[in-house]
Design a binder for this molecule. Structure first.
Ligand SMILES: *Cc1c(COP(=O)(O)O)cnc(C)c1O
Length: 371
């Protein structure tokens, strides 16, 4: 069979994913691990990632939107799925139809969910969302009692969990994260005070899993860490492996004379004749324009600079006096020989966070999953 694949692709190492899941699981001890697979599993492929996690018997999965949960159900995922984002009223029946777990961030929403569940003659599984300092969705911690009281009166609602979210657990100064945790515990006092069974409590994202062991509680919600990327530049104390690598191939070679600018806007020109190769990848693939004149790329075990502006579909690299031929591999994210380019590196070069690098890789880039 002839190989007609696009010369730009991402490799997804599902064994590394499994390794990371297991490493996180042993790091958090008795807490359950709910892998976060929103945003196409941070660009890794939601269905393939969920299938592997289901094989590993992950107790539940988390997505952001109801559509992501429906995709998983349609692809045969039977593991419980928690939709972290709020539901808009007209979509509530979709949760029920596809057996997805709700987030209830307000009394109004709780009532809507209860009514819909009642109409469908079912019990809706709900996690109540408490805002302890993010000022995003969720009832304020100082008003949480109201939400708890009403939730417990709703006949068609099962309060499976209560959760919150850290605003800055990736900050070296954990003062605010600790305050949020304290507020969360204060809100949860409601259940002890009323002698009620305690729902599952959870608040820890990747950063908190590493930095705040006292926040692990019943369940942790790792996203980034699961994909082998640390949320902060410092190396994590959990041994994680990068799951995604991104490669392309040299498609053109030329010598550029001194002083002749390369790419749009002429932002870079060589001071002496040099060898420039073109790669078939650009910002429409998610190789961000902010990487222009900033990023490095590995070609034939050497690190080289991206020169000139990254275009929509092509990127130029200065290989100096080294050689490269059409078809030679170029590594945008990944390792070869003595060199490694991490998602963190790309984030730093383009002044953003690793989350944005991963989720920016567009659907135009084919993924190859390795079991
Ligand atoms: C995305 C998300 C997570 C995962 O965050 P990471 O930093 O990737 O671990 C956890 N909880 C909520 C509510 C989220 O939205």
């Amino acid at each position: 069979m002839t190989d007609t694949r696009r010369p730009t692709w991402c490799d997804i190492d599902l064994n590394a994913l499994a390794h990371n899941y297991t490493a996180i699981k042993s790091h958090v001890g008795t807490a359950e691990v709910m892998p976060v697979v929103k945003a196409d599993a941070y660009g890794h492929g939601i269905t393939q990632v969920a299938q592997r996690l289901q094989q590993l018997e992950a107790p539940c999965l988390a997505v952001a939107y109801v559509e992501e949960g429906i995709t998983l159900r349609k692809n045969g995922i039977t593991t419980p799925i928690h939709v972290l984002g709020g539901a808009v009223e007209r979509q509530i029946p979709l949760f029920i139809e596809h057996d997805l777990t709700f987030t209830a961030p307000s009394v109004d929403k709780l009532k809507q969910i209860n009514e819909a569940a009642e109409a469908a003659k079912t019990i809706a599984r709900v996690h109540l969302k408490i805002d302890t300092g993010m000022e995003r969705i969720g009832i304020h911690h100082y008003n949480a009692d109201t939400l708890f009281e009403i939730a417990l009166q709703c006949p068609s609602i099962e309060v499976e969990g209560v959760f919150s979210h850290f605003a800055s657990a990736d900050d070296p100064d954990l003062t605010f994260a600790r305050l949020q945790l304290e507020r969360f515990f204060d809100a949860l006092e409601f259940f002890t005070r009323h002698n009620l069974p305690m729902p599952k409590q959870h608040i820890a994202n990747s950063a908190a899993i590493m930095a705040l062991p006292e926040s692990h509680l019943d369940l942790v919600r790792p996203g980034l860490l699961l994909y082998g990327v640390a949320p902060t530049p410092e190396p994590p104390d959990i041994e994680i492996r990068p799951v995604l690598s991104w490669r392309t191939e040299v498609i053109y070679f030329k010598v550029v004379e001194a002083g002749n600018p390369v790419s749009y806007g002429g932002t870079w020109a060589p001071t002496h004749p040099t060898r420039i190769v073109t790669l078939p990848v650009g910002y429409a693939d998610g190789y961000r324009r902010a990487l222009s004149n900033q990023a490095q790329i590995i070609i034939n075990d050497n690190l080289h600079n991206v020169v000139g502006r990254v275009c929509m579909d092509q990127t130029m690299v200065d290989i100096g006096t080294t050689s490269a031929y059409n078809g030679d591999q170029a590594i945008l994210i990944g390792a070869s020989g003595d060199h490694q380019i991490s998602v963190q590196d790309l984030a730093q070069w383009s002044d953003t966070i690793p989350y944005e690098i991963l989720t920016a890789i567009t659907a135009r880039v084919p993924r190859r999953w390795h079991p």
